[in-house]
Design a protein around this ligand. Structure first.
Ligand SMILES: *Cc1c(COP(=O)(O)O)cnc(C)c1O
Ligand SMILES: [Zn+2]
Length: 433
């Protein structure tokens, strides 16, 4: 099979075969990206759209290989053309709902708000889109041990996908006490070797990167550019959901900055292939407690800021040294992007408000939602802009912060009430409102 794929350094341009299990440049140590020779397919934008429409309208039954029903592999020629179809590990993933904001949008002043709910993936976060590609490629390369550092969702996805491959071992490094119980249970349940370290995410990330440099262990953090290839389908699927209308904005929460990089890369590729003709803008949003990318942006990217990330309910983005910063900076600049940050109160209230309107999104997703509302108030987003907020995980992975919020004292708290087991007490509670 001829290879359409190579790895390329984002700093010095050095090229490496995609079959090397590498996640950094061998010449300068910088990040690498996956580049495919997509033009070699010779299809027009219209032909690509027709192909993707036909796959979407004829979803095959459950007895067919799962990848044929995947919202990632629907775009497979553009995701990873070098991967033989028979080796794809898919659950399937993607095909998440794009919810119209309706009343929630009106409350936030966004008349054309949509929420792409990536919490509807198999392990309840968008990480599945990258992990299906990462674990498939690991299997193709014959890697037995796959590892990541995680704020909880990458480890859940890695554990769950590795569990589908006989002989593959998932290894996850977690910052002790800094991920949710639900997330931890996923790694344990799916049989990953689960190592809690007395440090933060950034500390785990340094150690796992060293581990992958020195042992035959395949790194499956988003530093691995193969993961990015799956995650770029979030933007593609949202545009497809909109009947090929390109939104004015994609708004995403930023932690390690892989996802905002992925969305930018996907958009660039579709623009180059003529599948879309309009450039959306990008907004990356952080929590104040973990805002290094925001601070870098605030210097006009003159400096790359890192910090010690503080406590936040948005624990999945509690990261002080975003590994994908160089890629994310490039995409923000290319897509006329902005970077914002929100307070704990803003993100918690936004999570409550979204859930109150029936959207089960997590605090990290709510960072993006609160950020979109803030950009609207500041006049950066206009009232009738078509805005896609990427909700990155499901509310149920973060029940602790939700229950604490609703215990009382906050803008939308809905505290549970304890009553004696009598009809009178229940009727009394109803009448009291
Ligand atoms: C991983 C994650 C993020 C951040 O994505 P990055 O690629 O690290 O910027 C945001 N929200 C949730 C729920 C996540 O799991
Ligand atoms: Zn290099």
């Amino acid at each position: 099979m001829t290879s359409l794929t190579r790895l390329s350094c984002v700093s010095c341009g050095a090229a490496f075969p995609a079959t090397e299990p590498r996640t950094e440049c061998g010449a300068c140590g910088s990040l690498v990206e996956v580049l495919h020779d997509l033009a070699s397919f010779g299809r027009s934008g219209e032909e690509w759209r027709a192909l993707f429409d036909s796959r979407r309208s004829a979803l095959p039954g459950a007895a067919t290989p799962a990848f044929q029903r995947s919202g990632v592999w629907r775009y497979r020629e553009l995701v990873f053309p070098d991967l033989p179809e028979g080796e794809i590990v898919s659950k399937p993933e993607g095909n998440t709902n794009l919810y119209p904001g309706r009343e929630l949008g009106r409350r936030l002043g966004l008349s054309r708000l949509f929420v792409k709910h990536e919490g509807e993936n198999p392990t309840l976060s968008f990480k599945d889109r990258g992990m299906t590609v990462g674990v498939s490629w690991a299997r193709h390369l014959g890697m037995r041990d796959v590892a990541c550092a995680s704020t909880g969702d990458t480890s859940a996805a890695l554990a769950s996908y590795a569990a589908e491959v006989p002989g593959m071992r998932g290894i996850v490094l977690l910052p002790e006490e800094k991920i949710t119980g639900e997330q931890l249970s996923q790694a344990l349940h799916h049989g990953a070797l689960t190592l809690g370290l007395d440090t933060d995410f950034d500390g785990c990330m340094r150690i796992v990167a060293d581990l992958a440099r020195t042992r035959p262990v395949y790194l499956l953090n988003s530093k691995n550019p193969v993961r990015i290839e799956g995650q770029k389908t979030i933007a593609w699927e949202a545009i497809h959901d909109l009947g090929w209308e390109v939104p004015d904005w994609f708004v995403v929460p930023v932690g390690n900055a892989g996802n905002v990089s992925a969305i930018g890369k996907g958009l660039r590729e579709w623009l180059e292939l003529g599948i879309v003709g309009k450039k959306p803008r990008l907004a990356g949003i952080q929590a104040e407690a973990a805002d290094p990318f925001y601070q870098s942006y605030a210097t006009g990217f003159a400096r790359r800021v890192t910090r010690v990330a503080g406590e936040t309910a948005a624990s999945a983005i509690r990261i002080g040294a975003p590994v994908s910063h160089p890629k994310a900076e490039r995409e923000v600049k290319l897509f006329d992007g902005v970077v914002g940050r929100v307070t704990e109160a803003e993100l918690l209230d936004a999570a409550a408000l979204a859930n109150r309107h029936g959207l089960a999104i997590c605090p990290n997703s709510a960072v993006a939602l609160a950020g979109a509302a803030k950009l609207r108030r500041e006049g950066v987003i206009r009232p009738d802009d078509l805005v896609v907020v990427v909700a990155t995980a499901h509310a149920l992975k973060f029940s602790g912060s939700a229950n604490r919020y609703h215990a009382g004292g906050a803008a939308f708290s809905n505290p549970p009430r304890s009553l004696p087991a009598t009809l009178e007490a229940v009727v009394g509670a109803l009448e009291a409102g």
